[in-house]
Design a protein around this ligand. Structure first.
Ligand code: GLN
Length: 481
């Protein structure tokens, strides 16, 4: 994609207001790009042209009447396929929901549409958002648009690839333990995980409810800010959504960053990190210094336990959440001799290997006799990890780390080694467990041209601060597509 046909939210607004393009024309431009490139990338699983053109026509009619256009008027968006869309197939990347059509919209989708966004379709993802490479989708892997033999990251791999390839201006992804930030990093775009509770989970098909969040991916930090602004805020339909008013993140993003104290935790710069990732992230910290940020060395002593803790909490909650897919209420049903036999066959055929592995691990961790040793202990360690962050934020305004220990790996390289795959999440699961917001921003490329991401974490509800830093960093480094 060349810079000339690279659309951003402000550019779309200007072009619509200046009558250089209609929302319908823009929508059709994106569908023709998708038609051309999606067969190779597999970023979209389902397209929703009827819904998209109906919305585009509404925007064009408003414009013709001279009405003020809403904030996201005409902005083409992809929605990760674990987020419910009324009347549009929602598979969760799973066979078990192959023909599932939700009767309602997720609040996040409804709010984006109310703000004028055009929903193009549903983005491929790891099955039930379990994975770090998008290779766990029942509908085939997504290819990284930067290097087609590589993974886009996961689990929001389709969302990241669609945006990076210019097949959507923005996308919704979801995070349980890195699934927005890591694919954003591997595809060379910004991706934001909001504070737990900032964006309603209503209509997000649950993986691990105490960790799941919805957030935006886009080609500029400003666009992620605008998308967050449209979705943030209390929702009566989600009791865990916080009663904390959102802000105009896009406006606030431009505030100066001079004097910001940035914590650099030693635990995030240890072994296991690719040398080129280390050098670009270190250079990124230098760049933040030239912007007037003040680095502070930190210790976050419980970091080493994060992967183990995450994979107990997340699998335990998943085993409980996925019990609802039993062939009775949703999606696939495989006939059996008895009810029990029907459950077994449906779940046996409907779920893929990784989902089954998680259900078994999680069921074990919750079973009587083991609950205290695994789940309860993991919850205690989770509290210690959250405390590491709380203590750090007494000294600093933000924490800067790599997003992923390596750039995009080759398709198939890690599929036989789940532990190796889980290690991709080493720098991201901490923030997930702690409930804080964090953003990944591009910070350069390897010698082979593979993108590298820098992570900026903030205190709970501190999205404005991390967006300011990310925006200043993006501008100063010229890290815009
Ligand atoms: N890679 C992690 C996992 O497989 C994170 C997934 C996510 O954030 N949804 O659980």
């Amino acid at each position: 994609m060349s810079a000339a046909n690279h659309w951003t939210i402000p550019k779309i607004r200007m072009a619509l207001e200046a009558k250089q393009i209609s929302a319908r024309e823009l929508t059709s431009e994106f569908f023709s790009r998708i038609e051309k490139k999606n067969p190779e990338l597999n970023a979209y699983l389902t397209l929703s042209p009827e819904r998209a053109y109906a919305q585009a026509d509404r925007i064009d009619a408003m414009r013709a009447r001279g009405e003020k256009l809403p904030a996201l008027a005409g902005v083409p968006i992809a929605i990760k396929d674990v987020i419910s869309t009324r009347g549009v197939r929602t598979t969760c990347g799973s066979r078990i929901l192959e023909n599932y059509i939700p009767p309602y919209d997720a609040t996040a989708v409804e709010r984006l549409e109310r703000a004028g966004a055009v929903i193009l379709g549903k983005a491929n993802c790891d099955e039930f958002a379990m994975g770090s490479s998008n290779e766990n989708s029942a509908y085939g892997p997504v290819r990284n648009p930067i290097a087609l033999d590589r993974v886009p990251g996961g689990s929001s791999g389709g969302s990241a690839a669609a945006v990076a390839a210019g097949l959507a201006v923005g996308a919704l992804g979801t995070e349980t333990g890195g699934s927005i930030r890591q694919p954003a990093s591997l595809c060379g775009i910004p991706g934001l995980m909001p504070t737990y509770g900032r964006v309603s989970r209503y209509g997000l098909i649950a993986f691990a409810s105490s960790l799941d969040r919805i957030g935006p991916l886009a080609t500029t930090v400003g666009d992620t800010a605008a998308l967050l602004g449209a979705m943030a805020g209390r929702d009566e339909n989600d009791s865990t959504s916080a009663n904390v008013p959102g802000s105009d993140y896009f406006e606030e993003m431009a505030k100066p960053v001079r004097g910001t104290r940035i914590g650099i935790p030693a635990e995030y710069f240890g072994e296991g990190m690719d040398a080129q990732v280390r050098s670009k992230v270190t250079a990124g910290i230098e760049l933040l210094k030239t912007l007037g940020c003040v680095p502070v060395e930190l210790r976050m002593p419980h970091t080493d336990y994060a992967i183990a803790t995450y994979y107990i909490v997340a699998t335990a909650e998943a085993s409980s959440n996925l019990a609802r897919f039993d062939g009775v209420r949703y999606g696939l049903r495989v006939k059996g001799e008895t009810l029990r036999d029907m459950y077994k066959k449906t779940r046996g055929r409907g779920f893929g290997a990784e989902v089954k592995r998680r259900i078994m691990l999680g069921t074990y961790a919750l079973s009587s006799g083991y609950y205290d040793a695994y789940y309860l202990r993991a919850q205690k360690v989770r509290a210690l990890i959250a405390q590491d962050f709380a203590r750090a934020f007494e000294q600093v305004d933000a924490i800067v780390t790599p997003t992923s220990p390596s750039p995009a790996f080759r398709l198939g390289e890690r599929t036989n080694d789940p532990l190796q795959m889980y290690l991709a999440d080493i720098y991201t699961v901490t923030g997930s467990l702690a409930g804080i917001p964090a953003i990944s921003v591009p910070c350069g490329k390897t010698s082979e041209g593979l993108p590298i991401g820098l992570q900026i974490c903030g205190p709970r509800f501190g999205e404005s601060r991390i967006l300011q830093l990310a925006h200043a960093f993006e501008q100063a480094g010229g890290f815009v597509i």
